[in-house]
Design a binder for this molecule. Structure first.
Ligand code: PEP
Length: 257
């Protein structure tokens, strides 16, 4: 059975007080929930320490939103894998479309970050996804194939056990316009086929592929019930404890997995 993962990507939101408040409210909301998905919370770097303290003893995992591929040195403003490990970070998001779009992260940079995270014993949530013009231009599969193949080239099957792919169509991120369950399923099945071609069917079959893009409490269950959709990466709707908890609680995995 594939691991199911629902992750909160807070982006540049929440200070340390808001982080503590969220975690205690979310823990209350989640009492008695039987969703078998792993829950990952990815605050900004500045709130990782307080989040780690607040999450101690819970089943929820801590994630970061980015890392640098070097270990240390003259890289003003950057954060290394080792720094994240010292904060009890388990997951790191790599290649989010906002990083690619606003911070010029290329496939090559994304590949270096993925490798650094994996050798540093961090689990990776690798984001891929096409823009609206790429979808309208009929090149979605070409884009996904490139974004998957660049960072996965040279990885081992063992590395793949510590990597999750998040399919996040750019046109659905923060727009309120989610992919239809069918569009998500098609893209996920395609990504899985690329991974099968690069590795083998077992690696592809065990790969967790999350959907991200305007996931909300009222559309989560339908998206998550698709056979190749193994979780969600949630932005806006993860900022409120009750709405993120509703998404996690609505997961249909217990019934289908
Ligand atoms: C994201 O930023 O990863 C995301 C999916 O955002 P939203 O849920 O707000 O579309």
């Amino acid at each position: 059975m594939r691991k199911k993962i629902i992750a909160a990507n807070w982006k540049m939101n929440k200070d340390i007080n808001e982080t503590s408040e969220f975690i205690s409210a979310f823990q209350k909301e989640m009492q008695g929930s039987d969703c078998p998905a792993e829950v990952v919370i990815c605050p900004p770097f500045t709130a990782l320490h307080v989040a780690a303290k607040n999450l101690q003893g819970s089943d929820f995992k801590l994630g970061a939103q980015n890392l640098h591929f070097e270990d240390n040195g003259a890289f003003t403003g950057e954060i290394s894998a080792r720094m994240l490990k010292s904060l009890e970070v388990v997951y790191v998001i790599v290649g989010h479309s906002e990083r690619r779009q606003f911070f010029a992260e290329t496939d090559e940079i994304v590949a270096k970050k993925v490798k650094k995270a994996l050798i540093s014993d961090l689990k990776v949530i690798l984001c891929v996804g096409e823009s609206l013009s790429e979808r309208d231009g009929g090149v979605t599969e070409k884009v996904l194939e490139r974004q998957v193949k660049a960072p996965l080239g040279g990885l081992t099957a063992q590395d793949m056990a510590n990597l999750v792919i998040a399919y996040e169509p750019i046109w659905a991120i923060g727009t309120g316009r989610n992919a239809t369950p069918q569009q998500a399923e098609e893209a996920h099945a395609f990504i899985r086929s690329v991974v099968a071609e690069m590795f083998d069917r077992d690696v592809a079959a065990s790969l967790t592929i999350q959907y991200g893009g305007s996931v909300k409490p009222d559309n989560a269950a339908q998206l998550l019930s698709q056979p190749d959709v193994d979780g969600a990466l949630v932005g806006g709707a993860s900022l409120k404890a009750d709405s993120f908890a509703k998404i996690v609680r609505s997961c249909p995995f217990g019934k289908t997995a």
